[in-house]
Design a protein around this ligand. Structure first.
Ligand code: ZN
Ligand code: FE
Length: 255
């Protein structure tokens, strides 16, 4: 069974996603950044919204929950440890939970750091993961509610997935992220090449998302604390990986 994915630009720079399992006819929206474009995408394909999978509680991710649930009577799936902040939550999930979405199995990862209750949805049979605001193309989420250690552990969980896993992030932040990435790892040839490709895509108004685990492994400074070039550039040759990650994140906050 092959899941269909629809990527929906929402608000200023968010991406919403619909996933549709054709065998069962189930359709989930990953987060609810904006109701009208999500409904338009459903209507265009004649799909009925059956589920909301929330990555975290921020308004640009759960702001449309109540309106969509009211309209469609869909089931809201969200983090058990953040249930109080997920509007309309029906099904509470924890790290390692697996549930059926038609014929496709979904695995939940707790990935705290951006928020304390952030989760990701992994569809192993489809080689796809929906990461919300945890991992971005060439970036990672801001640490609003977590420590660097927590976020680093969360990123390591995602980076343990196969290289070919397609990563669906919730924002188009890539071009700004590339400028920062080049400032901390200027001599990475894969990053230089990717940065040029990103500029070309954005000049045509095209998305740079999704990305892949393998591409991030090669180019994203937040998941490359072992890079000697990165370490030399930020003056932390002998620090631990988490210290290098924390310093990289701190520099990005002030970039
Ligand atoms: Zn967020
Ligand atoms: Fe967001």
């Amino acid at each position: 069974m092959t899941i269909e994915v629809v990527q929906i630009p929402c608000l200023n720079d968010n991406y919403g996603y619909l996933i549709h399992e054709p065998g069962s006819g189930l359709t989930a929206t990953i987060d609810t950044p904006e109701v009208a474009p999500i409904n338009a995408a459903l209507e265009q394909r004649g799909w009925r919204l059956t589920h909301i999978f929330n990555t975290h509680h921020h308004f640009d991710h759960a702001g449309g929950n109540e309106a969509l649930k009211e309209q469609w009577g869909c089931t809201v799936v969200g983090a058990d440890n953040d249930a109080a902040r997920i509007p309309g939550i029906d099904q509470r999930v924890v790290d390692g939970d697996r549930f059926a979405f038609g014929d496709v199995e979904v695995t939940v990862f707790e990935v705290p750091g951006h928020t304390s209750g952030h989760i990701a949805f992994y569809l192993a049979s489809q080689a796809m993961v929906f990461v919300g605001d945890t991992l971005f193309a060439l970036g990672c989420g801001r640490l609003f509610e977590g420590s660097p250690q927590q976020m680093w552990s969360s990123l390591q969980k995602l980076m343990a997935l196969p290289d070919e896993t397609v990563v669906y992030c919730a924002h188009e932040y890539t071009q700004a992220n590339a400028a920062f990435a080049l400032s901390v790892e200027p001599d990475n040839p894969d990053l230089q090449k990717r940065s040029q490709q990103i500029d070309q895509l954005r000049a045509k108004g095209e998305p740079t998302v999704p990305t892949s685990i393998g591409l991030e492994r090669a180019t994203n400074p937040f998941v490359r604390p072992s890079s000697s070039g990165l370490r030399a550039q930020i003056g932390l040759e002998s620090a631990s990986d988490v210290e290098v990650f924390a310093e990289t994140r701190r520099r990005k906050d002030n970039f």
